[in-house]
Design a protein around this ligand. Structure first.
Ligand code: PEP
Ligand code: MG
Length: 589
């Protein structure tokens, strides 16, 4: 029977494929297809891991002394039985042979199947055996990791190039932003998660990968079963499980239409973004890794407006990237952009971008009470001056290869501004004393905390440019956690106070003759293009995938017609429902 699950649409497009359920804690398990000729070697890997675990458990059992509780030996027997039971052993092999999943992936897929069966058991004792099963699988995964991946047998293949394979869609309780980034070019053509908000960093990374995604779909990972056919509608937030042939055909049609539309838009690549009344607008790219420069240039970006450097720092078990590694990443971006400006934002970890693998839900519920209000972004950098100096040195060195703008996230007060600028001066002087090659940096601030938006004269006094981070500005103005699906309906970019802060920031910066851009998700959202133009914005930074459609909107806009829209948007009683018809009238006028 077909079922629909509703969540938040965060990355547009339609994906149709088979569900791959992965426990959030195992999202980082390697997922790749095994080349047909190498299947026996992969099965041998699995068997070898099983032998190792079998020996481990046997040795443990032998070492249990006579004075140990009897339950201990019995428990080890249960683990041994689970290890060799066909529901794990044979079924895992089945995933490898039939689907050509690598051993780790096959194991975690089968674990998900069995975990559900345990959850549904009436008998409490049996239900609790799920934890034992998880421990056995954990041991097997460790044994596979210890042996390492085979040297040549596997071929990581993107699903799209893998003719004959069904497309696959990842379904998980949660995916961290850093894990999501690892799925670039992976086998997955869509994502569904139970938790997350529209502008959570996981959602932002999914958008940047341009893979249809629905987050905050609450029960999705419970309702969807391993291998179910599902449709992910990244435009409406609906996930259709086991669709009927008619529904399937309708979505396939939409898939084709959206491909055609993208192809059409890509022809705008070289066209400058100029409004109908002749105003030139700068379109920049948001990137998460040096590899994204290819997409930025292909989309016709005129530079990088936001390089989220924190992804270099995440999931490394606390071992931060050193100066050379950072220099290498930053200079790769600067060189790739070939003379176009590159805005490098200093590290913004914390909140829903923890340094190490811990989910946003865990952070929220178990570890840190208010991570979004905690040691995040510049606060984190200033709390560790040595780490901050290393990053600044690397950015200065990269600026020898092209124009670089240094951008500071989450500033909210004069003392932070002074401490930041002192660090910049200190690092610059030291590099000069050492005779290290560097360029000049423009230094800018993100305006993403209401305290910053309300003290623009201070920011304009000290910084060369500002960039509005609407994602956080909304979160902090409205006191709504951007990653929490339970309050997602209150995360409202149309709130007149949010829009008033954006408008005032643009007006004050423009009046002071300082460049101002928007690099939050609002910049790439077609619903806001006209309004931001009406606010006076002339520089937008967004994911490369959003750029062509925004350009098309700009090409069709006459900014002379936007006054009424602007006035309505910041009216204290205004709402999205009130403004949108007005925007439509503006277009048809
Ligand atoms: C923002 O807050 O709008 C922004 C661009 O930064 P991030 O989404 O990385 O917090
Ligand atoms: Mg931000």
């Amino acid at each position: 029977m077909s079922v629909q699950v509703f969540g938040l649409p965060v990355s547009r497009g339609v994906a149709i494929g088979r569900a791959v359920l992965v426990a959030s804690s195992r999202v980082d398990v390697a997922h790749y297809f095994v080349d047909a000729a190498q299947l026996p070697a992969e099965i041998a890997r699995l068997k070898q891991a099983r032998d190792i675990v079998s020996q481990e458990l046997g040795a443990l059992k032998d070492s249990v002394g006579g004075d140990a509780p009897a339950e201990l030996a019995a428990l080890l027997d249960v683990h041994l039985m689970l290890l060799h039971d066909d529901t794990l052993a044979a079924a895992t092999r089945h995933w490898i042979v039939e689907r050509r999943y690598n051993a780790e992936w096959a194991l975690s897929a089968q674990l998900e199947v069995l975990a559900r069966q345990f959850d549904e058991m009436e008998d409490e004792y049996l239900r609790e055996r799920k934890a034992d099963l998880e421990q056995v699988v954990e041991r097997l995964l460790r044994a596979l990791a210890a042996k390492g991946a085979p040297l040549s047998p596997v071929v990581p293949v993107a699903a799209r190039d893998f003719a004959g394979e069904d497309p696959l869609i990842l379904v998980a309780g949660d995916i961290s932003p850093a894990d999501m980034l690892h799925f670039r070019g992976s086998v997955f053509t869509g994502f569904v998660t139970d938790v997350g908000g529209r502008n959570s960093h996981t959602a932002i990374v999914a958008r940047s990968l341009d893979i249809p995604a629905v987050v905050g779909a609450r029960d999705a990972s419970r309702l969807i079963r391993q291998d179910d056919w599902i449709i992910v509608d990244g435009d409406s937030g609906v996930v259709v499980v086991a669709p009927s042939p008619i529904v399937l055909e309708e979505y396939r049609f939409r898939q084709r239409q959206s491909h055609l539309e993208r192809e059409r838009l890509s022809r705008l690549r070289a066209k400058p973004a100029i409004t109908l009344d002749g105003l030139k607008v700068e379109l920049l790219a948001n990137i998460e890794s040096p590899d994204d420069c290819v997409a930025a240039l292909a989309a016709g970006a005129e530079g990088v407006g936001l390089f989220r450097s924190e992804f270099l720092f995440m999931n490394r078990a606390g071992a931060l990237p050193d100066e050379d590694e950072q220099f290498d990443a930053y200079s790769r971006v600067v060189r790739a952009m070939n003379g176009l400006p590159v805005t490098i934002r200093t590290v913004d970890v914390g909140a829903d971008k923890p340094l190490d693998r811990i989910s946003a839900a865990e952070l929220r519920h178990e570890h840190i009470l208010n991570p979004a209000l905690g040691l995040r972004a510049i606060r984190w950098s200033l709390a560790d001056p040595d780490m901050f100096d290393v990053q600044l040195r690397a950015i200065f060195r990269a600026s020898a290869f092209g124009p670089v703008r240094l951008m500071i996230p989450m500033l909210s007060r004069a003392s932070e501004i002074h401490a930041t600028l002192e660090a910049v001066h200190r690092v610059r002087s030291r590099l000069d004393q050492e005779g290290v090659a560097r360029g000049e940096l423009q230094v800018g601030a993100m305006i993403e905390v209401p305290a910053a938006a309300l003290s623009m004269p201070l920011f304009l006094k000290y910084f060369d440019f500002v960039s509005i981070g609407t994602n956080d500005l909304i979160q902090y103005t409205l006191a709504i956690d951007r990653a929490d699906e339970s309050v997602a309906h209150l995360y409202d970019p149309w709130h007149p106070v949010v829009l008033k802060l954006v408008l005032d920031t643009i007006r004050l910066a423009t009046a002071a003759g300082k460049p101002v851009s928007v690099c939050g998700e609002m910049a790439g959202d077609l619903e806001f293009t006209e309004l931001l133009l009406g606010f006076g914005l002339r520089s937008f930074s967004m994911h490369p995938t959003q750029l062509p459609a925004v350009k098309q909107k700009i090409l069709r806009t006459d900014t002379q017609r936007l006054q009424a829209l602007v006035a309505a948007a910041v009216d204290p009683e205004s709402t999205q429902a009130f403004i949108q018809p007005l925007a439509r009238q503006t277009r048809s006028a």
